[in-house]
Design a binder for this molecule. Sequence first.
Ligand SMILES: Nc1ncnc2c1ncn2[C@@H]1O[C@H](COP(=O)(O)OP(=O)(O)OP(=O)(O)O)[C@@H](O)[C@H]1O
Ligand SMILES: [Mg+2]
Length: 360
Amino acid sequence: MSYVSTHQRKVRGERIHNDAKERMQDQIQDSSKITRGEDEETKITREEDEETKITREEDEETKITREEVEAKYLIPSVENFVETKQVKEVEDRIDLYLNLNYPVHIIGPTGCGKTTLAMHVAQGLGRPVVWINGDESVTTTDLVGGYSQIEQESIRDRYIHNVFKSKDILKADWIDNPLTLACKYGYTLVYNEFSRTQPVANNILLSVFEEGILELPTKFGEERYIDVHPDFRAILTSNSIEYAGIHKPQDALLDRMIGIYMDFYDFETEVEIVEAHTGISTTEARRIVQVVRKVREELDLAEKPGTRACIMIGHGLRLLDGYSEKDFEQLFMDIMTSKTKGPSDLSEKVALIRKILSET
Ligand SMILES: Nc1ncnc2c1ncn2[C@@H]1O[C@H](COP(=O)(O)OP(=O)(O)OP(=O)(O)O)[C@@H](O)[C@H]1O
Ligand SMILES: [Mg+2]
């Protein structure tokens, strides 16, 4: 047993006291350090929060709004639309089926006026019109939309000392594409050249047309299914000429649509269209259309020049502003031989056009 004198105890006690005092002072210093440290942290966190806020504000700015998507897909206005008796008849047929709430599929040769008619009828329905052009690269996402924007949010826990918690939340932002917009809000969808799209991408249309339900493949739960709005209408176009690269649409889809077969318009309608687009005289427009129609009779379906060729020749004539028969012939040659397969085909076509021009 060790003996400790009072003096020693006193000394030790003082020491003990001093130790405690020092420890307390240390603690106070530490705690002020901690507080300062926390303040720094809080400051950083606040600064980071500000940053996050700014980022979020910027995100809001860059966020694609429904109006912007709509504007992107809104159809161009149809200018100089010519509505002769024949055009009106086809229009009325299309209108009838659209009123019955059937999707309409306009089929016809290249350049006969399918797209123009589809857009005109769509606009006549009085609802916003969105459109999409079919092609090989179009996917279901292009039709319905998807998670195209990722929003990042950072949360930092500032309450627990020494535990610095940081959480990054990635919020995916869903963007509606034309089909979803049209189904949700009752717009008219023009799906131009839909048969150029791979059939699998168009499968999404089956339940839209049949059950009135749009199924969003990448969504889950209730959000996955959208009841198609009663005002939703669809007009599709495709080319009747089958050539390499065009997919045959699945029968199930064709079964669910009304097919309206178009051919080139009658002579008078084509003349009016050429006049409306180019402003050339009726005599000039008539001659152009006569020659083009005769060439059309002689060529295979895939090579037949359409109304577009008549308009192009008319534009050329207008620009020439005073022309010789040779200029006239050259315009036809340049514009109507664009689909030639090779040199011998070209010389055959040149001879044919020359012959027809001399007779007309
Ligand atoms: N009713 C019309 N009124 C005025 N212009 C028309 C009319 N129909 C067609 N056109 C014009 O004729 C040209 C061909 O029409 P459009 O592009 O609609 O044909 P298309 O059948 O869709 O052709 P493609 O098969 O090449 O897509 C266009 O320049 C278009 O402006
Ligand atoms: Mg077209």
